[in-house]
Design a protein around this ligand. Sequence first.
Ligand code: ADP
Ligand code: MG
Length: 697
Amino acid sequence: MSSVVEKFGSLVFDDVAMKERLPKDTYKALQKTIKEGRHLDLSVANIVANAMKDWAIEKGATHYTHWFQPLTGITAEKHDSFISPVDNGKVIMEFSGKELIQGEPDASSFPSGGLRATFEARGYTAWDATSYAFIKDGVLCIPTAFCSYSGHALDQKTPLLRSMEAISRQALRVVKLFGNDDVKTIRTTVGPEQEYFLVDKKLFDQRKDLIYTGRTLFGSHPPKGQELDDHYFGTIKPRVAAFMKDLNDELWKLGVLAKTEHNEVAPAQHELAPIFSTTNIAADHNQLTMEIMQKIASKHGLVCLLHEKPFAGVNGSGKHNNWSISTDTGINLLEPGETPYENAQFLLFLCAIIKAVDEYQDLLRISVASAGNDHRLGANEAPPAIVSMFLGSELSEILEAIENDNQYDTKEKELLRIGVHTLPKFPKDTTDRNRTSPFAFTGNKFEFRALGSAASISCVNTVLNTSVAEELRQFADQLENSSDFEKDLHDLIRKTIHEHKRIIFNGNGYDSSWVAEAEKRGLLNLKTTPDALPYLLKDKNVELFTSHKVFSKEELEARYEVLMEKYCKTINIEALTMLDMVHKDILPAMSKYSDTLAKSYTDKKAVCPDIDCSYEKEYLKNLSTLMGAATVQTKRLEDDLLEAKGIEDFTELGNFCKSNIIADMNALRISVDGMETIASAEDWPYPSYGELLFGVR
Ligand code: ADP
Ligand code: MG
């Protein structure tokens, strides 16, 4: 199989495979489930399962798994073979409808944030028929949602699917106001741009910090970093190109629309962007992409780092979440239209998003919060922790004209009346890009840039979908009973712009003056994960999620606990790794190096008492000072870790990690990096930043 067209989706039980393999009425029934969310009859499921199994076996599969995304952040799978014993001591290959639709994995070892204590340990997985089954490593993978026995979501996908229903429900009401009666469902679409680093596996294996934490905890800056901007979009080196080729092949077979690949800003940093798809499928595909990236890298003697900040001093990695809303009739609702009515509809959706981002800026910040991403947000390389929106000058001027009842186009000498006048075509100028904004309008979609590279895209999109659903609900409530639609629409848009324009910022988000300005505007600046997470349980947020049936209050409390616990555990592992490196490798190595210097000093002096030994003397002195400092700092870190052990409350522990443990780690790093700067290459126990960042050719 050679051509891309043939290869694409060859390991996916997609529409073509279904049509080919299912009896007509079974196919139709399944389509109803996929398109309209209808319940799937067990008799139909039995036929689908059998066809799926035959197809999978032909492709070499022996096992199946319910593939799901628990709150650990990675995907989970438990393989069961198709074998079933028969009388003569032999087996046949079987797969029933029940096995396809529902699984019952033991949920007790997945994070549940307390939901497990109150409810049964067992959980169940349910087939998400809207995401196709696929074969990975000889296993038929069935994308599923994962819930506790009492129906509480224990995964990323369940709330995402619920939020997609919520926004579809409310957006439908709004498009109907504009006469679009043929629209049956509305879906959000996402194209996540995935950044990552590639390092040589031999070097990776020599660094405990990369092995245990995915990032370097020590490392002095190499002579060259990213200052020449010579890596961004640069020629792709042969080893990386070979990796990318294999990666594309594998992703295409799995039906992932891998499209764009290029070098990123930092040395050894790259990006892969797929063509966008429906949000839950984009989420599944992004999880697959991250997994396959790591697998293919190891085949090439490389390791793919998905951590948000693997190296200090050069850019970290993000995952730009390009998001839009589309009808089943193929209209992108964030595409400014051709007619006055289309434009009015666009403006109303735009206003819903503006209002949502303003009112739920805390949730958007939480949706990207993690220990890893804290290193990125706020550093001058990624959007700041302050959530704001970039609309570009053209669109901003239009909104301003509407707000102030000003003439937008002076030639027309008329006031811009929504629903009456055609708005000018908004230019989709790719040069008018504000790279510093966390949430930028890019012509027909929004690009949320604060998400970290390692995260699932589910959380961000659950927040986006639900918050926009809420604003659309309010708008529909007001407009559905209006007696003068055009006037009420105009007033509503004007009022929304007026009340929420503080969230719009077209300037430089990296500028320190923005922090002061944002504060004046009353925008939140939640710098770290422990600062942000408590907002999850604010009344307005609980009200939002419960009223749209996306999360119950218990589920939200559970998520809060899981997220805070994960933050604390991550910091704890990093601190312990640092201590291990310092105790086992760094201080012993530097002690040896000091011995060499001391011995060289005394040997030389013995031969010739007035010889210049300033190198040995000065380096020995400096090294000893740094080793002394590191010893004190190590002790402090150990003491604080001990104190942390005694803190039971997660909120308190999170804050303690943030203010004490991280401060201790930073201090220790300064001393150790100082030692690396003066130590001989031979005596330093780890590969350097220079080798890691420039080693792959
Ligand atoms: P850039 O942001 O570099 O200009 P593109 O505009 O081509 O690149 O798109 C970046 C990502 O946005 C791609 O993954 C693309 O598929 C996705 N995208 C484009 N249109 C939409 C849309 N309507 N909804 C969601 N994602 C989209
Ligand atoms: Mg982009």
